[in-house]
Design a protein around this ligand. Structure first.
Ligand code: THU
Length: 134
């Protein structure tokens, strides 16, 4: 099983693959599935800005499209190009995507490999709208 620090290091490595020529804001994510497999993602920008995809969704969509449905933890590392990553919280759309597949107690690690904190999905997205509401 991958530990929290290793997951943060994988997110940091994924950040290195960020394609962000417009915002120069580089984000990496590392998603650990219950199967034990790791899925990483980076933000991928586009000249038509709205076609951009965040690092977290890249990781989730890679995993789900490979058949994964259950997840253990997600690490996110982001920050401005040329700067050491500090703290990057997931955007609202990514929080909603996480809530589609993960329970309230799902662990989300934010910060950098040297200094990070664990949050629950519920702390980041209280009063979420999910399938139970339909
Ligand atoms: N970004 C992410 O990849 N994840 C987040 O949670 C925050 C924002 C990306 C999207 C865009 O490429 C850049 O950061 C600036 O918004």
């Amino acid at each position: 099983m991958i530990d929290d620090k290793t997951l943060m290091e994988e997110a940091q490595k994924a950040r290195g693959r960020s394609y962000s020529p417009y915002s120069h804001f580089r984000v990496g994510a590392a998603l650990l599935a219950k199967s034990g497999k790791l899925y990483t993602g980076c933000n991928i920008e586009n000249a038509a800005y709205s076609a951009t995809v965040c690092a977290e969704r890249t990781a989730f969509f890679k995993a789900v499209s490979e058949g994964e449905r259950e997840f253990e933890a997600l690490a996110i590392v982001g920050g401005k190009e040329g700067e050491t990553s500090d703290f990057c919280a997931p955007c609202g759309v990514c929080r909603q995507v996480i809530a589609e597949f993960c329970p309230k107690h799902f662990k989300i690690l934010l910060g950098n490999p040297e200094k990070f904190e664990a949050y629950t999905l519920e702390a980041l997205l209280p009063f979420s709208f999910t399938e139970k509401d339909l």
